[in-house]
Design a protein around this ligand. Structure first.
Ligand SMILES: Cc1ncc(COP(=O)(O)O)c(C=O)c1O
Length: 405
């Protein structure tokens, strides 16, 4: 078979990917990415090739993935609306269910209106692109999620990064920037790799001093922080407000989809200007039905939020007191810092052998001296599960010499 010139030119990129994957996942028991886990229906355990393991790297913070009420709501939505949404929202794709879901999101977010996208990624890309363009400036935290970074690049706006969770540095960046045009500051409420929280009151002050809008990504905050799981505003007592609130329906809310909430005027603008909303199919009925039911459960069962907050604080204390490096974590996301990429992979393998799944996050997602397992506590984890997890993480850490034996 002859290989065309086009493929020859692509070859170095394909080779680089293959080398990278093979260098870290050379042996079968070092494989960590794309592993097909089958979850048990009513527990935090999963099956992996016949082995029963405690999953500690999932995102279903409220433990609602597989909840029978959520599954029933998804089925009921399919019974009424079928499996697809027949196109984009602006044309034939809008369903009464989408409007019901948006009203519920607006209620939980305590805003006038909301808009639902087909993913959190699309919500970020669409929102940044609809609010900013050439001549505007977006200021992003160094650790902001990739979908925010991609949204900035596609928007054509000038992009300026400031140091992680450093309002003084943001202030200096704003002072040094072109004062004309829209100025949009974007932060994650909870950082997905570190589990720390954005300093909202200080960021608000800096934004106000420079006529900048403040947008937060609540992907890891909804259902996790705040007395009733409503996110960063509630966490800081409710008196500091953001201008644009955004999140996902794929973590604490066990579906797919993303959302933005704000003033009716803002949402109308996004409805007509956000390209991933305009030019991509509407959220599938089953996902909208599941998300709506889960949002209602979040409001009815605040004890789920309290459980996650209590058990994550307990697990973090056990691990840090035993000498584990957990960074600045103060939420359900806890990094277990191992050092180099290789050490993180070794640690993940040892954890799996000890019966628990903690998945590695390596460079370039994090600096390669700070490679880690990124673990998360959910409402599915019983107190006994957390004790089992702590024991397994520490046993594996001793074997890998991350802490003293
Ligand atoms: C902070 C943050 N924002 C946005 C997203 C994207 O959300 P989705 O998976 O719904 O596309 C993620 C997903 O991991 C995330 O962690």
């Amino acid at each position: 078979m002859t290989v065309s010139g086009g493929w020859t030119r692509l070859q170095p990129k394909l080779e680089a990917t293959r080398r990278r994957v093979r260098s870290l996942e050379s042996e079968p028991d070092r494989r960590n990415s794309f592993m097909p886990y089958t979850p048990e229906r009513d527990s935090a355990y999963v099956d992996l090739d016949g082995q029963r393991l405690l999953m500690m790297s999932g995102y279903s913070y409220l433990g609602l993935s597989g909840d029978e009420r959520v599954v029933a709501a998804a089925k009921a939505a399919m019974d009424v609306y079928g499996t697809g949404a027949h196109g984009v929202r602006a044309l034939a794709g809008s369903l009464p269910l989408h409007e019901e879901l948006e009203a519920e999101v607006a209620r939980v977010a305590e805003r006038e209106a909301a808009l639902v996208f087909s993913s959190g990624y699309a919500a970020n890309v669409g929102t940044v692109g609809a609010l900013c363009g050439p001549g505007d400036t977006v200021f992003i935290d160094k650790y902001d999620h990739a979908s925010i970074v991609d949204g900035c690049q596609l928007s054509g706006a000038t992009v300026t990064r400031f140091r992680h969770n450093d309002p003084d540095h943001l202030d200096r960046r704003l002072r040094a920037s072109d004062p004309s045009g829209v100025r949009l500051v974007i932060v994650d409420s909870v950082y997905s790799m570190d589990g720390d929280i954005a300093p909202l009151p200080e960021l608000r002050e800096v934004c106000d001093a420079h006529d900048a809008l403040l947008m937060v990504d609540e992907a890891h905050a909804l259902g996790v922080i705040g007395a009733t799981g409503k996110g960063i505003e509630e966490h800081f007592g409710g008196s500091v407000r953001v201008d644009v609130k955004l999140g996902t329906l794929s973590k604490a809310i066990p579906a797919t989809g993303g959302w933005v909430a704000g003033s009716a005027e803002l949402i109308e603008h996004l409805r007509y200007q956000a390209r991933p909303f305009l030019f991509s199919a509407a959220l599938a009925p089953a996902q909208a039905g599941a998300a709506l039911e889960a949002l209602r459960i979040l409001q009815r069962e605040p004890e789920r939020v309290a459980h996650v907050q209590r058990e994550s604080a307990r697990l973090r204390t056990i691990l840090t007191e035993a000498g584990m490096r957990t960074g600045q974590s103060e939420t359900a996301v806890i990094p277990l810092i191992a050092g180099s990429d290789e050490r993180a992979y070794d640690y993940a393998t040892a954890c799996r052998k000890a019966g628990v799944i903690g998945l590695p996050v390596v460079s370039p997602a994090v600096p390669n001296t700070l490679a880690r397992l990124r673990i998360a506590v959910t409402a599915r984890h019983s107190t006994a599960d957390i004790d089992v997890a702590a024991e397994a993480f520490l046993t594996a850490a001793r074997q890998c010499r991350l802490i003293e034996a």
